[in-house]
Design a protein around this ligand. Structure first.
Ligand SMILES: [Zn+2]
Length: 438
C-alpha cells in the first residue's frame, strides 16, 4: 500500500486559486500526487492512518521553478565579474569553457547546482548546456525535475564541432530523454548572434515534427541589437519572426530591449518569456518590461540564469529582485506585488515549460512538488502576511523541506540522495583547475 502523508503547515498558499492563504489546513500526499487539501481536523478524520508531518512555523508552497539556467556554470561562480555581457562571454566565459568543458566538468557543476537549488526550494529547473546527458544524470540522481534543452551554436567546442554536429547530438539526446522520468527535452539555439539562418530553420522543423520547445536567449542587451543590425540589417526579433520561429513553443529569455511593436508581436504569437533580473542587473544588460508584457496577457516566469552571472541560484531572492526591479523601473511601488512574484516563480514557470497540468500549484491530482519555508527565526518575525514575508524577507536559507514528485529530497539541511562531502571535495578540485587558467 502507498503511504499517505498529511502535511499540516501554519500557512498553505496553493497559488491557484489566486491570493488564497489557508490556515489550519493539511495537504495530503499519496505517492507522487497531491491527494487532498482540506482543513486539518477534517484531514485527521478522513485520513486517520496517514502519517502526520507538522510544520508549525512554516509556509507550504508549490515547488519553485527556475525558468532559465546553465547548471554546470556553477563551477564558474565568481570567475569573471563587473563586466558587460559581450566582454564577459568573449574574454572570459567562452575561453574558459573551451579548456574546461567535459563530461566530468558538467556532471560536477550540475550536481553542485542541483544541491543548491533543492536546498533553496527549487523543484524544477530549465537548463541548457553542453554534455546535456551529464546534466541529466546529475539532476536525476538528485531527484530534481527538469527541462533540459540542448545548446546549438555555430562554433566548435569540446562537445560538438559544427552547428550540424550540435543539431545531430541534440536529436540523439532528445531521443534518449523520451523514457526518462522527470525530464523533458528541447532545443536551445544559443542566440541570434551564434546560430545561422539554416541552423534555425532546421531546429524549427525538428521542433515542429517532435512537438518540443525551442529555448532561446533573445534581446539580452543593447549591444546584441546593434551588432545584429550591422550584421543582418534588422533587429534579432525581426529575423526570428522571418524565420518562422515565433509561437507558443518558443521560450525566450531576457527580452530587455523591446519596442512597443515588438511587445505586441510576441504577445500575439503567444511566445513564453523567462525574466532573469539579477543576471540582467549584474551585466547591466537592461530591464525586461514585465509589467507591460503581463498587461498584454503574456506569461512571464523567473529564472536565475547561471551562477556565473547572478551569482547564486536562489529563486526566493530572484522573485524578490523581480518585484523590486519592476517597482523602481515603473516608478510605482505597487508594481509586481508579492503574490505576482510568487506566481512568476511557480505557476508561470510551469506554463513556460508546458508543465502546468502537472506542477506549479497545490491542486488535487498534480504532482507533489512542494517547498516549505520556516519563519521561526528572528529575521522572519513577526509574520503579518506569509507571502509578503516569503518575497520581501526570506532567502533560500529559510527553506526547510523540498519534495519532488512526492519524494522528500531535503529536510532541515539534510539531503536524501546527495553526498554533500563528495560534492564539496569535487568542487574544491575544480576550483584549483579553474584558478590555474587565470
Ligand atoms: Zn543564459
Amino acid at each position: 500500500m502507498v503511504d499517505i502523508i498529511r502535511i499540516e503547515a501554519r500557512w498553505i498558499v496553493p497559488v491557484i486559486p489566486r491570493e488564497t492563504v489557508l490556515e489550519n489546513h493539511a495537504l495530503v500526499v499519496r505517492g507522487s500526487e497531491i491527494l487532498d487539501l482540506l482543513p486539518s481536523l477534517a484531514a485527521q478524520k478522513k485520513y486517520p492512518t496517514s502519517q502526520l508531518l507538522p510544520l508549525p512555523d512554516h509556509l507550504l508552497i508549490p515547488g519553485l521553478i527556475n525558468g532559465h539556467g546553465h547548471a554546470a556554470m556553477s563551477l564558474l561562480r565568481g570567475y569573471a565579474e563587473d563586466t558587460s555581457l559581450m566582454t564577459w562571454l568573449t574574454d572570459h566565459i567562452w575561453p574558459a569553457e573551451a579548456s574546461l568543458v567535459s563530461h566530468e566538468f558538467v556532471y560536477s557543476g550540475a550536481r553542485l547546482a542541483a544541491a543548491e537549488m533543492i536546498s533553496g526550494g527549487t523543484t524544477c529547473a530549465a537548463d541548457s548546456y553542453f554534455f546535456p546527458d551529464s546534466t541529466a544524470k546529475a539532476f536525476q540522481e538528485a531527484g530534481l525535475r527538469s527541462q533540459i534543452t540542448v545548446p546549438i551554436i555555430h562554433f566548435s567546442n569540446n562537445w560538438a564541432l559544427t552547428e550540424q554536429n550540435h543539431i545531430d547530438q541534440s536529436l540523439a539526446f532528445i531521443d534518449e530523454c523520451k523514457n526518462k522520468e522527470l525530464i523533458t527535452a528541447g532545443f536551445a539555439p544559443h542566440s541570434p548572434y551564434s546560430v545561422s539562418d539554416a541552423g534555425f530553420s532546421k531546429i524549427l522543423s525538428h521542433s515542429e515534427e517532435l512537438n518540443i520547445p525551442i529555448h532561446l536567449h533573445l534581446h539580452e542587451s543593447a549591444r546584441e541589437i546593434q551588432d545584429h543590425v550591422k550584421a543582418h540589417g534588422c533587429r534579432p526579433l525581426s529575423r526570428i519572426q522571418t524565420l518562422g520561429l515565433l509561437s507558443s513553443q518558443l521560450q525566450v529569455v531576457h527580452m530587455t530591449q523591446l519596442t512597443q511593436g515588438e511587445m505586441e508581436l510576441v504577445a500575439n504569437e503567444g511566445v513564453q518569456i523567462a525574466h532573469c533580473p539579477q543576471s540582467n542587473m549584474k551585466l547591466a544588460s537592461g530591464i525586461c518590461p514585465v509589467m507591460q508584457l503581463q498587461a498584454k496577457g503574456m506569461n512571464v516566469c523567473v529564472g536565475t540564469d547561471s551562477a556565473a552571472s547572478n551569482n547564486d541560484l536562489d529563486m526566493v531572492q530572484e522573485m524578490r529582485t523581480a518585484a523590486m526591479l519592476a517597482k523602481v523601473s515603473e516608478n510605482d511601488p505597487s508594481a509586481l506585488d508579492a503574490f505576482t512574484a510568487l506566481e512568476m516563480g511557480t505557476i508561470n514557470g510551469a506554463r513556460f515549460l508546458g508543465l502546468d497540468q502537472t506542477i506549479g500549484s497545490l491542486e488535487v491530482g498534480k504532482a507533489a512538488d512542494l517547498t516549505a519555508v520556516c519563519f521561526s527565526d528572528f529575521s522572519s518575525q513577526p509574520v503579518y502576511h506569509p507571502v509578503s514575508q516569503l518575497i520581501y524577507t526570506a532567502t533560500a536559507q529559510h527553506v526547510t523541506h523540498t519534495w519532488v514528485n512526492g519524494k522528500l529530497l531535503y529536510q532541515n539541511n539534510r539531503f536524501k540522495h546527495l553526498d554533500t562531502e563528495q560534492i564539496s571535495a569535487d568542487v574544491q578540485q575544480w576550483q584549483r583547475t579553474v584558478k590555474a587558467l587565470k
